[in-house]
Design a protein around this ligand. Sequence first.
Ligand SMILES: Cc1ncc(COP(=O)(O)O)c(C=O)c1O
Length: 383
Amino acid sequence: MNGIVRFRELDDAPLSDTYKWNDPPAGTIGASVADMDVHLAPPVAAARHDAVDRSSTGYVKSHMRSVADAIAAWHQRRFDQAVDPALVRFAPNVVNGLIQAATVLQPKAPRLIMNTPVYYPFFAVADAVEMQQVRVSMVEHAGRWVLDLDRMDAEAAEGGIILLCNPHNPTGAVPTREELEGVAEIARRHGTPVISDEVHAPLTYPGYRFVPLSEVAPDLAGRHITVTSTSKSFNMPGIKFAWLAPGTPELATAIDRLPEMLTYGTSSFGPAATVAATTQGDQWLDELVGHLTERRDRLGALLAERLPRTNWIAPEATFLAWLDFRAYGLPDEPATVLRAHGVDLSSGTVFGEEGKGHARLNFGCSAATLELMVDRIATALEG
Ligand SMILES: Cc1ncc(COP(=O)(O)O)c(C=O)c1O
């Protein structure tokens, strides 16, 4: 394909200054940290070069109307999602944004309800805001990973904030409108505030529709904050820029009152890179999702052929595959075994106890890297 998305190959100039490629021993394929092996989208690269050329390296405020306008127009165009640009507030990254959101949404009890296995920094968010981690397991139903609404309801009755991961990492589930209506119903019944981490939304695969919680529950605006970024979808987490979209001016004001120590830290390259991604990045992003769809399908074919005892549900969004290797007699941490064979997957149990016997594989890589990765796993497990 002669497109604009360019994947990196293993023999390209090394990215040894990144966690993904610096951490594992030389020669090991990095498939854990959620960066993709893809070159920056040309408009994002150009914006960053331009910012350097202008020496635009000063401090960034937590709200700039022109940037917020670009962000709001992107939400509208890509997801049919209404975001009021006047309320958008910046953060250095999504996780920091989650901490800001949890700090301003005052729950009846200090409990953070999340759907495990889950992106493990959610546990750290609970610890940072001194809330109890309340873990509700995702359930497998009719070939999909779904939210356990009954258990979420029971937990919300005890108080707390629901921290939703939509789409969900590591299962790749895209909660349906019905599931989100169920979450909204729970929030209404118990007066529960909700935070939605929607950072993987732009990477939703054909055949699925990402539904923002704000679309199904506009009435919850007074206690709902969306936190997101282009960091995952445009592969620029190191640029350090994310945003909160609180539902009401009161919530935005509460965010403005947070200590600067918390809100400070946004990169001076963030606004330009994000405006470039959100205003000029559609073609690149669409093409990327096409490539990732191919990788996901190829991974499915390779698993069936080379690792037939692996259990998985193909993700509905994002470049992460949640693999169950228990049938290989690996009840604890398969990733430890695989690392010895030159491929670095994320350990399953860091995402919660449901992760025993599981590992998370990052397939945001070139076709050739994916083949080699599966070859190494197959050699390790099938001999
Ligand atoms: C659900 C989720 N939220 C947040 C992040 C991290 O975003 P940031 O680096 O902007 O904090 C990730 C990264 O993988 C993620 O999967």
